[in-house]
Write a protein that binds this ligand. Structure first.
Ligand SMILES: NC(=O)c1ccc[n+]([C@@H]2O[C@H](COP(=O)([O-])OP(=O)(O)OC[C@H]3O[C@@H](n4cnc5c(N)ncnc54)[C@H](OP(=O)(O)O)[C@@H]3O)[C@@H](O)[C@H]2O)c1
Length: 212
């Protein structure tokens, strides 16, 4: 798949690197320095490139949106026309100092995003795990007993695309339903962050659901 990374920080930089190493055609974009984007592309290998958001979006089969909530409008403006694109978003609707959700309960960041890009197909995924665990999981991807990753969205095809990417990173995907389920998924992420950053065992963590 051709994947455009919109936001090449902790999440976008790592997921882009992993997806390039998993065999996808990755273009990194949106960081404050061009050198950083070039370095990410070089280190990811497998033909990964650095570009502008518009360059990353142009030929992409899927876009990974990985910016702070306050940067969403700016990166989307720079990306240009995203009609028909799959947008996999890990971006949480956090306030400026990352202490609270600014949208919750009666809507979600994912739904607000979908309203901003009505012609794109938004899937909420990857936001429920800390970036610190991603490389480790990719290394372990061939082992049995993978951790889960919940995702949600309204478009069947876009969800299939997201599911493939989730598997490629090393998770066992769980379809949580329509995009409105992001109302539960996003607060759940704050629980994960609490365990990761305030708990005793650190942020190299993921989760697994079991049915009995
Ligand atoms: N980090 C996590 O573990 C985690 C987990 C779950 C969900 N999330 C969510 O995922 C999203 C991304 O988080 P993150 O931790 O990856 O954030 P991050 O490391 O700050 O990455 C954001 C990217 O946006 C770029 N950026 C910021 N301002 C910019 C500007 N004015 N012009 C151009 N580029 C700019 C940053 O550039 P630089 O590279 O130059 O800084 C960086 O590449 C957030 O919504 C967050 O809530 C994060």
């Amino acid at each position: 798949m051709r994947i455009g990374i919109l936001g090449s920080g902790l999440m976008g930089g790592k997921l882009g690197t992993i997806l390039a190493r998993a065999g996808h055609d990755v273009t990194f974009s949106y960081a404050r320095s061009e050198q950083k984007l070039n370095r990410l592309a070089r280190e990811a290998g497998n033909g990964a490139r650095a570009s502008t958001p518009a360059g990353a979006a142009r030929h992409a089969d899927a876009l990974l949106l990985a910016v702070h909530w306050l940067r969403v409008d700016d990166v989307l403006k720079q990306a240009g026309d995203v009609s028909g694109k799959v947008i996999v978003s890990c971006s949480l609707p956090m306030n400026e100092d990352d202490t609270d959700l600014v949208i919750a309960h009666s809507s979600s960041g994912a739904e607000a995003l979908a309203k901003k890009v009505p012609r794109a197909n938004v899937v909420s995924a990857f936001g429920t795990v800390p970036s610190e665990v991603l490389f480790e999981l990719f290394e372990r991807r061939r082992r049995k007993n993978r951790p889960n990753l919940v995702y949600c969205g309204d478009h069947k095809g876009a969800k299939k695309t997201a599911e493939q990417l989730i598997r490629d990173v090393g998770f066992d995907p769980i379809d949580a339903g329509p995009l409105r389920v992001a109302r539960y998924l996003e607060p759940f992420t704050l629980l994960v962050a609490q365990l990761a950053y305030e708990g005793k065992r650190g942020p190299r963590m993921a989760y697994q659901f079991n049915w009995y």
